[in-house]
Design a protein around this ligand. Structure first.
Ligand SMILES: C[S@@+](CC[C@H](N)C(=O)[O-])C[C@H]1O[C@@H](n2cnc3c(N)ncnc32)[C@H](O)[C@@H]1O
Length: 270
């Protein structure tokens, strides 16, 4: 059954897949509002050896915030113009503007409902949010010192072509691109080759799969099964929640999937 679904999925044009994703992310935003949970993050989280000092009110989001913190380790965003592509419910922009001192932050996302939620976050620091596609970003070229992309690129049909070109176009010469996602090794290789062919220099590549798996356990996502609506098959629920029984978790455990963080720099000559 799973194989058949994969074959059918491979026959669906990528433009249709993107529209389906948008509907799903919009639905997720609606469900979040309906159940009254003020979720700000949609990432897997990270638990490393250090416990990050958090501001009041952020403890419930510890592992999600620690993932952003780990992604941005060693990157100076103070007084910089920052763009987050695939900002979800706005938690990353919240982290950037409350734990750092950027000059400006823009968050963009494919889902209009997510952007509506982002705008309701009422961030003390002025962050702008726009509904936009990562593969066709209607913003001025060479505008940003730092571009952030976390757990969003999985659904970009032209990730290695259009998305990479947009990142290079939007960065100022000498600007940084910080990127994190969960993929099989081959997908990272093609992405890195594409970016380096466009003039980006890879400064670092770190695998944090174990820390992501630890976070899933510490967040006790497995217990969410108790709230599963009866009409959703268990396997689908596990996959959606990325519990320890999900395919993504099993992929991380058996070494087929890797959670990696990258830092790239745009050559100053481009
Ligand atoms: C797993 S969530 C991660 C959100 C956020 N980075 C976080 O860590 O909380 C992935 C996000 O990417 C967005 N996304 C997916 N495809 C996109 C595209 N083509 N352009 C912009 N955003 C996209 C989704 O709407 C969703 O909000």
């Amino acid at each position: 059954m799973g194989k058949l679904l994969n074959i059918i999925a491979s026959m669906v044009p990528s433009s249709v897949k993107k529209k389906v994703r948008k509907v799903l992310y919009n639905k997720l935003a609606d469900v979040t509002v309906k159940i009254g949970k003020n979720h700000r993050f949609i990432n897997l989280g990270f638990a490393g050896p250090e416990k990050m000092a958090l501001q009041e009110g952020d403890v419930a989001d510890r592992y999600h915030i620690q993932l952003y913190h780990e992604l941005l380790r060693g990157v100076d965003v103070d007084n910089k113009d920052v763009l987050e592509i695939g900002c979800g419910f706005g938690g990353g922009c919240y982290y950037l503007s409350n734990y750092h001192k950027p000059a400006s932050v823009i968050g963009i996302d494919l889902s209009n409902r997510n952007i509506e939620l982002c705008k309701k976050l009422n961030l003390a620091f002025k962050v702008k949010f726009y509904e936009m596609d990562a593969e066709n970003i209607k913003l001025e070229s060479e505008k940003f010192d730092v571009i952030v992309n976390l757990e969003s690129s999985n659904s970009y049909p032209a990730r290695d072509t259009k998305f990479c070109s947009e990142v290079v176009r939007l960065l100022k010469p000498g600007g940084y691109f910080v990127y994190g996602d969960l993929f099989p090794e081959a997908k990272f290789k093609s992405f890195v080759s594409s970016l380096t062919a466009k003039g980006m220099v890879k400064l670092s590549e770190r695998e944090i799969t174990n820390g992501v798996m630890s976070a899933r356990k510490l967040m006790d996502v497995d217990s969410s099964i108790a709230n599963k609506p009866f009409w959703i098959p268990s396997s689908m629920f596990h996959d959606f929640m990325v519990t320890t029984k999900s395919n993504a978790y099993k992929g991380m455990a058996d070494g087929g999937l890797h959670y990696k963080l990258f830092l790239f720099k745009k050559s100053a000559e481009l």
